[in-house]
Each structure stands twice: as C-alpha cells, then as structure tokens.
Design a protein around this ligand. Structure first.
Ligand SMILES: NC(=O)c1ccc[n+]([C@@H]2O[C@H](COP(=O)([O-])OP(=O)(O)OC[C@H]3O[C@@H](n4cnc5c(N)ncnc54)[C@H](O)[C@@H]3O)[C@@H](O)[C@H]2O)c1
Ligand SMILES: O=C(O)C(=O)C[C@@H](O)[C@H](O)[C@H](O)COP(=O)(O)O
Ligand SMILES: [Zn+2]
Length: 370
C-alpha cells in the first residue's frame, strides 16, 4: 500500500492507495469513527457492488452503518439532493466532530463533501473513492460542489477530507466507459506539468486500463502525489498553481453544460476533448508545436476518448459554447484565464485570451473534417 501525505497547513491528511483496503476500513480510519452510528452516502450502483463489504467491515467493529443511497449520475449534484442529504444528516444528529463517509465516484464525493462543509458550519468527512476518476482526482484536494442550471460546480466550498481510502479492488466492477473517463484526468497530470508521465501514459495507459494491477497502483499513486503537491501549494486556487488542474475543463465544462450534464458526455470525456481543444488552440496561437498538439489528440483518440467536436452533433455554434464559459470560476474582472500549453508538460495560465477568437476557433473545430 502507498500512503501519500497531503500537506495542507494545519490540516494534513493521508491518501491510502492499495488493493483490498475496504475490509480493513475501520483500521485505516484509526479512531475517527467515534460513535456506533456511521453515516455513509453512496449511490445505488456502488451500494449494489460494494455495500455489503463496507457493511460487514463496519459491523465487525461494532458500528451500525446508516446508508443514504442516491441515484447514480451527474444530476445528483443538485440543490435538491444537497438539501435532502443535509436534512438526513441532521436527523441522524451528526455532530461537528463526527465523520461522514462518501463512498462513490466524484458525484458522491463532491455532494457529500459539500454537505460536510455546511453541516453545522463544518463536520469531518472521509472519502472512499470508487471510480478511477475519484481516486486520481476528485477525492483529493477538497473541492466540493453541486451544479446549477447556470453551470458546473457553481455552488460549493473548499473542505478537505480527513482521510482518503483508494481501494484499487473496487475498480473491478467499474464499467469500462467510466474507467476510460477517469483516465482523462490521469493524462491531465502528464500534460500539465510532467512530460515523462505523459510518455508513461502513452506506453502503459492501455495495459493499465486493461487491468494490470501494478500499473494501476502506479497511475493512481503518481496522480495523487501530483495533485497533493499542487493543492499543498495553492489550496484555494489563488496563486494560479491550482488553476492548472483545470486544463481542459474550461472547454469541458462548457460541453457538459451544453449537453445538459447528461450521459452524452461524462466529465472525463469532456475533459479529454477539452484538453485536445486546449492543445489545438495553443498550436493555433503558435504557443505549442502543432506536432505536439496532434500527439495529444492521437493519444486521446487511440485510447477511445473523444478527440473531436464533430461526432457530438451538438447543434450549437462556437459562440454558444463560449457563452457557457463566462460562468467559469476562473473569470476575473471580465476576462477568463485559459489553461494553455507551450508543449506537453508545460501548461500555463493565459490571461489574454479573446473570447471572440475562442468562439471562432470552436466554429472551425465544429466543422473540422475527421
Ligand atoms: N472535486 C474535484 O476536485 C473533482 C475532480 C474531478 C471531477 N470532479 C467531479 O466528479 C464527477 C465525476 O465523477 P465520476 O467520474 O467518478 O462519476 P460518478 O460519480 O458519476 O460515477 C460514475 C458511475 O460509476 C458508477 N460507479 C462508481 N463506482 C463504481 C464501482 N466501483 N463499481 C461500479 N459502478 C461504480 C456510479 O454509480 C456512476 O454511475 C463530476 O461531477 C466532476 O465534476 C470533481
Ligand atoms: O482540484 C482541482 O482544482 C481541479 O480543478 C480538478 C478538476 O479535475 C475538477 O473537475 C474540478 O472540480 C474542476 O474545478 P472547478 O473549480 O472548475 O469546478
Ligand atoms: Zn475534472
């Protein structure tokens, strides 16, 4: 098992990465579960696949699990589910010193983390991520949120978990499409600051996704360590360091909003396409060599992730997509900083991007052949 520290001033925590952690869940929690009752928020798919393992582990140690089982999918990151889950926690008389467990993917982690952030002005929570995406990204770093009709993650809080347990065994039941979606956020760490890791992805990504245990452990632990370094440097996204984790997301979130946060485009799929668009836009502005941008597109496409806007049949123009971006949280006094690239592993924040130019670029991409 790998233990990765997240060194946030005053509130450090650990990410445990390994296969078969769930049966030893209470041991990993080391006294954090201080009452008999343990609140667990999850979704129906995860509960079906892993609920019994968690239930058995908790009961073996004298705990009584209280389950809140939510509908799977992005729509669950909503005001309605937030209010209902907070009311459920209040009815359970959860106190500030108690821990709520989030057992699931990024949707459950983001919603439960936000509930924990606002319950009695903040209680503890433990992330048990069950998707590749949640293990490499969303369970670490403390961004929590819900979506609103105006856009993605527009209401939320920074609230760090006190422990993250990434059990690689749970990935056995994850559908292939979801696994691939999570892979996009793995590749992101290579593209934003680690060209060697991008090369590793190009060489090992397929075998990792096919199930190689050692490669999976390396991919998750390396990604978590990369994220932990960024979050320790810029927890609240103030200096620009953390904004680089948004590579591909300005385009990606606009695509998610345009497709109604539906199953048409999963978050990781939108990010994969968003990273290709960021690379191509960087090449168009002569910031990045065109061959490097095409290498990004080729890898994304070779892995089976979307690399072109054409196949999405969006029925909107570039301006409509650019309009979604104006709700982005990076928006600053009327300008939207974009994460662009000078090369693979060399992302930077460009504060001079012209939105009309982005719309024109997107129009070209919407009609691009192949
Ligand atoms: N907070 C952050 O820093 C951060 C980072 C990245 C993404 N996100 C957010 O995460 C969300 C996406 O998360 P996700 O990709 O994990 O999606 P998800 O939570 O919707 O889970 C994907 C699907 O897989 C199912 N599932 C989960 N684990 C399973 C398992 N082990 N076996 C079988 N089925 C399983 C779920 O029921 C769901 O249907 C988005 O809302 C995104 O905005 C947040
Ligand atoms: O942790 C971060 O910081 C990230 O940007 C990680 C992203 O993968 C994640 O999707 C995040 O929720 C996007 O951030 P947002 O602030 O644009 O909502
Ligand atoms: Zn993301």
């Amino acid at each position: 098992m790998a233990v990765i520290p997240v060194d946030i001033a005053g509130r450090p925590y650990e990410v445990h990465v390994g296969a078969g952690l769930l049966p030893q869940l209470v041991e990993h929690c080391r006294g954090r579960l201080r009452k008999r009752a343990v609140p667990i928020v999850t979704d129906a798919n995860v509960h079906t696949a892993w609920g019994e393992v968690v239930e058995t582990a908790l009961r073996a140690d004298g705990h009584e699990p209280h389950w809140r089982i939510l509908p799977p999918g992005e729509q669950t990151k909503s005001w309605d589910e937030l209010a209902a889950t907070v009311n459920w926690l209040l009815a359970l008389e959860v106190e500030r010193g108690d821990h709520v467990i989030a057992l699931g993917g990024g949707v459950i982690g983001d919603l439960t983390g936000f509930c924990a952030a606002i319950l009695k002005r903040g209680c503890h929570f433990i992330q048990i991520p069950t998707t590749l995406l949640a293990q490499v990204d969303s369970s670490v770093g403390g961004k929590t949120a819900i979506n609103t009709p105006a856009g993605k993650n527009l209401v939320g809080a920074f609230h760090q978990p006190s422990l993250v347990l990434a059990d690689l065994a749970v990935l056995e039941t994850l559908p292939q499409r979801e696994l691939l979606s999570g892979y996009a956020e793995v590749v992101k760490y290579g593209l934003l600051g680690d060209a060697d890791f991008f090369d590793w992805c190009a060489a090992n990504g397929a075998a990792m996704l096919a199930g190689d245990a050692a490669l999976r452990e390396y991919a998750v632990a390396h990604s978590v360590a990369a994220k932990a370094r960024v979050v320790a440097e810029d927890e609240f996204e103030r200096t620009g360091a953390r904004a680089l984790l948004n590579l591909g997301h300005t385009f990606g979130h606009a695509l998610e909003a345009e497709t109604g946060f539906s199953n048409t485009l999963l978050h990781g799929e939108a990010v994969a396409l968003g990273m290709v668009l960021a690379a191509r836009y960087s090449a168009r502005k002569e910031l990045m060599p065109p061959a490097s941008a095409e290498r990004v597109a080729e890898h994304v496409s070779a892995m089976g992730l979307p690399a072109s806007l054409v196949g999405l049949h969006l029925g909107c123009d570039g301006k409509a997509l650019a309009t979604h971006m104006l709700h982005d949280k990076k928006m600053d006094a009327g300008t939207l900083p974009f994460v662009l690239m000078r090369g693979i592993g060399q992302a930077f924040l460009d504060r001079q991007v012209d939105m009309a130019d982005i719309a024109a670029f997107l129009d070209e991409e919407l009609s691009r052949a192949g």
